[in-house]
Write a protein that binds this ligand. Structure first.
Ligand code: NAI
Length: 672
């Protein structure tokens, strides 16, 4: 969107850096956001000060109406400046929040028609500004998100969102949105009443002007009729708290505290609600969970950049990719790559395997489809090749030898191996410097992490290409060294082994799983072992034990299960029975040790399982397998589901650097 779209050669009233303000011949004011030096608009205290000044001018000389819009392509406003929020002291944060609340209240009280013309992502403080306007018109921009996602990063909205949203869409829908932090696309937002109208992008400003000039103005957002009675509100709040506890226990304070704020605002009024909103946000940021979750948000959003820096080289431009092996992983990887717009060929061993791979790929909908073939000559065209054949060194060596004969000299080759050394695989080629590991997780479509493995001889450009490919595929890359188990399996398997030890002492699988879930893991260790497959787990235990010693020795229960043909979910039975329909139940044929179920206190179980994982984390960092505690935190949360509210594995184990470093990530101030 550009300023030129405002009709009748607008008169520029003020030209500060981030918030522009102009009036046209119809005396309609348009307030433009364009935060300098950034690709998106985030509201810092400097931006808020500019907006405050603009609102003062609007109050002094009221226009016919006001339109709020963004000059950034693809985004309206993505929220408050989180780095500023992170770094502020308590008094500074309270002042930042209070000023935002006051400015938005004054916008709501302007007494002229106000229209938020939303184009692209409208999140957090951006949507709070829209809520303070009388009307919200949205451009139908694909993939754009609207809403208040704060609870997902451990905090709550602080500029009146908790007060205005439930009063706009109703308390039930409002609580649901606030508690979950769910954001919606334009059409869904329209259905819920979060916005009034969805229009084609090129009509946005004309429709906004039409709204301003409409002789029959619609009611404002904060009309008293929308106040629901305090009893009904209390019931909704109790229900919301119960649902939240059932979903995530008491670990996540933000979703529970946001309900308190809503309740206060209905019981004691908007001013009390506004005070509670600020107070709770400050409290959350002082607590461990809130700080950990916000820090994790920084780690995750900076993950691609950090990995690119760690790689050091220049990524190769990849237009064509080939995937060798179209099994569980190969098919998933091929689809993920095809979705980026690359041409993707999948090479399979024979016609029968090709048919199976084609069926796997065809089962998912949408996007460009990878082509499956047995013809290796097509690989000669590829810029990037990922191998995902069975986990066997001789088979992989054979594949890399063949690749070496056919690929272009500048192609980058990657293996998706989860337990073999990349250097050993690369040794089959004449140019081992172009070979890396690219370890996707199962299921590829869902798992956000990719370990990009740098072997000793891997060139920086090859590693950078792996990082770029993973990022293009929508994943978070973490660069790791070529060490047994890389990072994720290396810290995971000692924990799984300890779970098996507790089981061998007589604990029931569901007790162990429940204890660990209660601690915050998304899934218990036995459910996870059954998902990975007990044969695959046995193989990983054996290869890690061979490389790293007895602390990875295969647990007897895993070996026994594999000998019985109990391979986990894929065979219908493992530590659990997996009926076709219905929930898994503990394997009924597995006799309990010592003649009965031994009950361990859940906290003891969690402590026991986490201890070897933390010890391995220390070794992984000491060995330099992963660059930093930050990278380990990221990998553990995204690869294992280690709870982000506990900071990630390295932080939990006391191995993290001082979080104050985030101040150095803050870009230099470019505005006055
Ligand atoms: P899979 O057994 O499902 O698929 C292997 C595919 O490779 C089969 O379709 C087979 O026909 C094909 N293949 C075998 N030899 C070939 C050859 N010479 N040329 C072309 N195609 C050939 O195996 P999966 O589970 O997909 O694993 C593949 C790789 O990914 C392994 O290295 C494994 O360790 C790794 N991995 C597996 C994960 C998992 O959870 N399944 C997770 C992460 C990595």
């Amino acid at each position: 969107m550009t300023r030129e779209k405002v009709k009748d050669a607008p008169e520029i009233i003020a030209m500060p850096q981030n918030v522009r303000f102009e009036r046209d011949a119809d005396r309609i004011a348009t307030v433009w956001f364009d935060v300098q030096g950034k690709s998106v608009n985030a509201v810092s205290s400097a931006v808020m000060a500019e907006l405050d000044a603009v609102v003062r001018e609007l109050e002094a000389d009221p226009p016919v109406g006001v339109i709020f819009a963004s000059e950034k392509p693809g985004t309206f406003i993505v929220g408050g400046d989180l780095f500023e929020i992170w770094n502020a002291d308590e008094a500074g944060l309270d002042a930042f929040l209070a000023r935002g609340q006051q400015v938005f209240d004054r916008i709501a009280a302007l007494g002229v028609t106000t229209v938020a013309a939303l184009s692209g992502d409208t999140l957090g403080g951006g949507y709070e500004l829209a809520l303070a306007c009388r009307h919200r018109i949205v451009a139908d921009v694909p993939h754009s998100r609207i809403g208040l996602p704060e609870t997902a990063i451990g905090i709550i909205p602080g500029w009146g969102g908790t007060l205005r949203l439930p009063r706009l869409v109703g308390i039930e829908a409002g609580l649901k949105l606030l508690v979950t932090g769910k954001t919606l696309g334009p059409q869904e937002a329209l259905q819920l009443g979060m916005v009034d109208e969805v229009v084609p992008p090129d009509r946005l400003l004309d429709e906004a002007r039409r709204r301003v000039l409409d002789p029959k103005p619609r009611p404002t957002t904060m009309h008293p009729a929308a106040e629901e009675d305090a009893t009904a509100c209390a019931e909704s709040c109790d229900r919301s708290r119960a649902e939240t506890r059932a979903r995530s226990g008491d670990h996540l304070p933000a979703p529970l505290r946001i309900v308190d704020v809503v309740e206060i605002s209905y019981r004691e009024g908007l001013a009390a609600g506004a005070d509670a909103e600020r107070r709770v946000l400050i409290e959350l940021l002082r607590g461990d969970a809130g700080r950990n979750l916000l820090r994790f948000f920084f780690l995750r959003s900076g993950g691609k950049k950090a990995a690119a820096q760690r790689a050091g080289g220049r990524p190769r431009d990849v237009k064509r990719a080939a995937v060798i092996g179209g099994g569980t992983m190969g098919a998933g990887i091929a689809l993920a790559l095809a979705r980026t717009g690359m041409d993707v060929q999948v090479i399979e061993a024979d016609e029968a395997a090709s048919a199976a791979a084609s069926a796997r790929i065809a089962a998912t909908d949408g996007g460009k489809k990878p082509l499956v073939t047995t013809d290796w000559s097509t690989v000669a065209m590829a810029d990037f090749i990922v191998e995902a054949v069975v986990e066997s060194l001789p088979v992989k060596l054979d594949v890399f030898r063949r690749l070496d004969d056919v690929v272009r000299q500048d192609a980058v080759l990657a293996s998706n191996t989860s337990s073999l050394g990349i250097a050993a695989i690369a040794a089959a080629t004449r140019h081992p410097e172009r070979v890396i590991g690219l370890h996707f997780f199962n299921p590829v479509a869902k798992m956000p992490l990719v370990e990009v493995v740098r072997a000793k001889q891997s060139s920086a450009d090859a590693v950078a290409t792996g990082v770029a490919i993973a990022a293009r595929a929508g994943k978070i890359p973490v660069v790791v060294n070529d060490a047994p188990g890389f990072v994720v399996n290396r810290v995971l398997f000692p924990y799984l082994r300890e779970a098996a030890a507790v089981f061998d002492e007589g604990a029931a699988v569901d007790d162990v799983d429940a204890a660990v879930r209660g601690w915050g893991m998304p899934m218990g260790p036995f459910a996870l072992l059954d998902e990975i497959g007990l044969d695959t787990s046995l193989f990983i235990f054996e290869s890690l034990a061979a490389a790293l010693g007895g602390r990875f020795a295969t647990p007897p229960s895993v070996a026994r299960a594999v000998a019985c043909g109990w391979l986990g979910r894929k065979s219908g039975r493992g530590f659990y029975d997996h009926p076709q329909d219905g929930r898994p139940t503990p394997n009924s044929e597995w006799p309990l040790a010592s003649g009965g179920r031994v009950r361990f206190p859940p906290t003891d179980i969690a402590d026991r399982l986490l201890k070897p994982m933390m010890e391995e984390a220390r070794l992984v960092l000491a060995d330099g397998v992963v660059e930093s505690a930050d990278a380990l935190d990221l990998a553990s949360v995204l690869g294992i589901g280690f709870p982000a509210f506990r900071g990630g594995l390295a932080t939990f184990a006391g191995l993290a650097e001082s979080p104050d470093r985030y101040s150095s990530k803050r870009p230099p101030k470019e505005h006055s």
